[in-house]
Write a protein that binds this ligand. Structure first.
Ligand SMILES: [Zn+2]
Length: 469
């Protein structure tokens, strides 16, 4: 189908009267029921409700015919809180033709306070053409979509020609304790050919609901936070010393501010700029295309680096985010500390970044302390077989739009698998407008049509990648 007809199809879908309730097929009703139930379970930190969600999902999967032996529930202590992980294997019949595919999602959510929301955050509310509720996109949509796909395929009697394994984590938004343990287990016991993550990517719509592109998250920058501290003997503020912790720290920070990390790019980021440039108006779009053609183009680099949306895709960034120092208004400061947060381009590394910052600061008195448990993750390939499967799903929905890889500032569960050498890309069956993205924020939502429109997504993709009957 040509873009124009896809457009009019989407436009027609988008203007269905909100009040008009649609007739759901049995399958759509089943998916909606799962969505409603998982959103009603407050799986936020401090609530200890992930095990309730696991129990519910296990019940649904067992009822659909998954054997006890193919369902694994694991327990974790995430900063003193009990959480769980869930793994479900869809077994290949007989000898598997290929190595398994692992499918990721996370069951926990960022908390939401009812008093701040317009509607109860842990109740699925259908209103004005949207589903509202915490997790409607991040990531209970992904969990619901993968789960309903497994149930549907099982009920159809389909058998894959390779093992498909759901791996759902329980604390992605906070400690990632379950994620790390699951990634370890997957590497040792499953060793998949590649991994698909339901927690990012998907279709991007223009303000008028026409499809612009389908995004595939293929890389994440490395997150690392440093504290820079200067200590000093201090003294009475009426008798200033020539050295002063606050002034020295300020000097160090001004040097970091002035320093620009070298321009970095990869096949992925250039392809991403090229494709986004084609659909971005004005000077910014021109700069994206110019940079994709020649990443040494100074004018393009300046434009991209002056824009907060694009600067991060041109290299590593390190930025001061917090500051503290001194202890009394009439005392010389005995210490001053600044927090510097870095988003490191894949392949550069936290150690090299720290070394660079020390060189830039050029003052041995400044002590550096790495505050984060750093996970370095390389870029993943957008494999031809995965690309073909995505394309098939778009074709099946009658949508014509380019498939564009992108790098994000991090972080999803995916990085813990990339760091172990597994190609991991994040994709989603949902199409939405950037203006409708409310993940982690208030009034999180997903268009009702996007929900039902995406229900075939994983079915088409898994059948394409895992053949079978
Ligand atoms: Zn998420």
């Amino acid at each position: 189908m040509k873009l124009r007809s896809a457009l009019s199809l989407l436009a027609a879908v988008a203007f269905v009267s909100p009040a008009q309730s649609r007739d759901l097929t049995d399958h759509e009703q089943m998916a909606r029921d799962i969505y409603e139930k998982v959103i009603s379970i407050r799986t936020a930190k401090g609530q200890e409700q992930v095990p309730i969600m696991v129990e519910y999902l296990v019940g649904q999967l067992k009822a659909a015919g998954f054997a006890d032996s193919d369902i694994q529930v694991t327990d974790y202590d995430s900063a003193g809180e009990h959480t769980q992980g869930l793994m479900v294997t869809y077994r290949a019949e007989g000898e598997a033709a290929k190595k398994p595919i692992v499918l990721l999602g996370h069951m926990d959510v960022v908390d939401a306070l009812a008093k701040d929301w317009e509607r109860a955050p842990f109740t699925l509310t259908e209103e004005d053409g949207y589903f509202f509720g915490r997790g409607t996109t991040d990531n209970k949509y992904g969990i619901t979509n993968l789960t309903q796909t497994f149930i549907r395929l099982k009920k159809e009697g389909w058998t894959p020609n390779r093992d498909l394994v759901l791996v759902f984590s329980g604390d992605e938004e906070t400690g990632m304790i379950s994620t790390r343990a699951q990634a370890e287990y997957v590497a040792e016991n499953i060793d998949p050919e590649f991994i698909l993550n339901s927690d990012a990517g998907g279709g991007v719509l223009a303000p008028d609901h026409s499809p612009i592109f389908y995004a595939v998250q293929g890389a994440e920058k490395t997150f690392a936070t440093f504290e820079l501290t200067i200590t000093n003997p201090g003294g009475h503020s009426s008798r200033p010393r020539v050295d002063n912790a606050i002034y020295e720290l300020a000097d160090a920070l001004k040097k970091i501010e002035a320093y620009k990390f070298p321009v970095r790019y990869s096949d992925l980021t250039l392809a991403s700029f090229k494709a986004s440039g084609a659909v971005t108006p004005g000077e910014l779009g021109e700069a994206m295309i110019a940079f994709a053609d020649n990443p040494k183009n100074k004018k393009a680099i300046k434009t991209l680096r002056d824009n907060p949306e694009t600067v991060g895709t041109t290299g590593t960034t390190c930025i001061a985010t917090m500051l503290r120092g001194g202890h009394a208004e009439n005392a010389l400061p005995q210490s001053a500390t600044a927090t510097v947060n870095c988003r490191i381009f894949p392949g550069v590394g936290a150690a090299a970044t720290e070394a660079k910052l020390k060189e830039v600061v050029g003052n041995d008195e400044v002590q550096f302390k790495l505050m984060t448990d750093v996970t370095e993750s390389p870029e993943s390939q957008l494999r031809p077989d995965v690309l073909a499967a995505i394309q098939k799903s778009l074709d099946a929905s009658g949508i014509e739009a380019p498939v564009i890889p992108y790098m994000e500032s991090g972080g999803t569960d995916g990085m813990h698998y990339r760091t172990k050498g597994y190609d991991t890309v994040a994709i989603s069956g949902a199409w939405s407008r950037p203006s409708d993205m409310y993940a982690h924020g208030l009034n999180e939502r997903l268009a009702v049509d996007a929900f039902y429109g995406g229900l075939d997504h994983w079915t088409v993709i898994l059948k394409e990648l895992a053949g079978g009957e």
